[in-house]
Design a protein around this ligand. Structure first.
Ligand code: MLT
Ligand code: MN
Ligand code: ZN
Length: 306
């Protein structure tokens, strides 16, 4: 299985267009040891070949495709290496890129849960808009953990796990989560049995998620915030990380404690990193702590071979 990180930042990207926080300002000034990142998305394939599953469609998708030769058109005058799109939730940073794919010459195969489909046809009806262009060929992601595979992406099996996180602000169930608002994905290479667990938005621990993380060779998980009150302390927002569905890395019950408990040899990578997070500064003590604990930070263009 090959996983290619198209975008490793949370919503807003890094730097964020209107953000003058220490990280964003220093990155613009060229004084931060670190790199810019676009918004959260990966593509995955099982066997080597021309076709990939795109997991989440970020608003930065066009520049991400430009930067990724494997996704470029090659076989016809209109073509793409994106065989299908899979969504982990209906948040702006994960779905609005669908509108940028409207020139597709066939309806886009789109895998999502029922609650996500509902949000994208009601609260944020981008699938209705897309219907005036290429449209989608909707495929339902089952919530009972049963495996599914994607036509055109051989050697890869997927399974979803409902997560405690948050639906988008325009979702009718923003404050009353339903299973399927957010999912984690277990991606398995059917030849080798090697597994990736992918969850860019992960709000709290549960036994089921713990089991999925333990059985994975690599976890690619929520790296949004270092501290729960990061946005408040920096004067960037009023909400805690946990209240918007993101478990912070540091502190008791945080993501680092959880990652420490995983079996030896598990590759641990943080993704969906918010621009406020000190780990984006490669010279920061927080980044040094990650290194000491064997945790990596995803970057745009990173390849993970499993
Ligand atoms: C999130 O991950 O909490 C959202 O994507 C935030 C946003 O809308 O940018
Ligand atoms: Mn997000
Ligand atoms: Zn910022």
């Amino acid at each position: 299985m090959r996983v290619h990180v198209l975008g490793a930042a949370a919503g807003g990207g890094f730097p964020q267009w209107n953000c003058n926080c220490g990280n964003c300002a220093r990155l613009r000034a060229g004084t931060l040891q670190g790199r810019p990142r676009t918004q959260s998305s990966i593509c995955v394939q099982g066997l080597p070949g021309p076709d990939w599953a795109l997991v989440n469609a970020s608003p930065d998708i066009l520049s991400q495709i430009r930067a990724t030769p494997a996704l470029h058109p090659r076989r016809a005058t209109r073509d793409s290496g994106i065989a299908a799109v899979v969504l982990s939730d209906a948040q702006v940073d994960h779905c609005t890129g669908l509108l940028m794919l409207r020139e597709s010459t066939r309806p886009l195969p789109l895998w999502c849960t029922d609650p996500v489909y509902e949000d994208l046809t009601r609260g944020n009806p981008i699938l209705g808009v897309l219907g005036h262009f290429c449209g989608v060929e909707r495929r339902t992601i089952p919530l009972d953990g049963s495996p599914f595979s994607i036509e055109g992406v051989p050697g890869l099996q997927l399974a979803a796990l409902p997560l405690a996180s948050k639906a988008a602000p325009y979702s009718p169930h923003r404050e009353h989560p339903v299973p399927g608002d957010n999912i984690g994905l277990v991606l398995t290479d059917t030849a080798s049995g090697r597994r990736l667990f992918y969850a860019p938005g992960l709000g709290e621990r549960s036994e089921a998620v713990d089991a999925a993380m333990r059985s994975a060779d690599c976890v690619l998980v929520d790296g949004t915030f270092w501290t729960d009150d990061e946005m408040i302390v920096l004067g960037l927002g009023r909400k805690t990380g946990r209240s918007i569905g993101h478990l912070p890395q540091s502190g008791r019950g945080g993501m680092l404690e959880w990652l420490d408990e995983l079996p030896h040899g598990t590759r641990k990578v943080l993704i969906h990193v918010n621009n406020s997070n000190p780990i984006l500064d490669e010279a920061s003590p927080q980044r040094a702590e990650l290194v000491a604990r064997g945790v990596e930070v995803a970057w745009d263009g990173m390849d993970i071979e499993l």
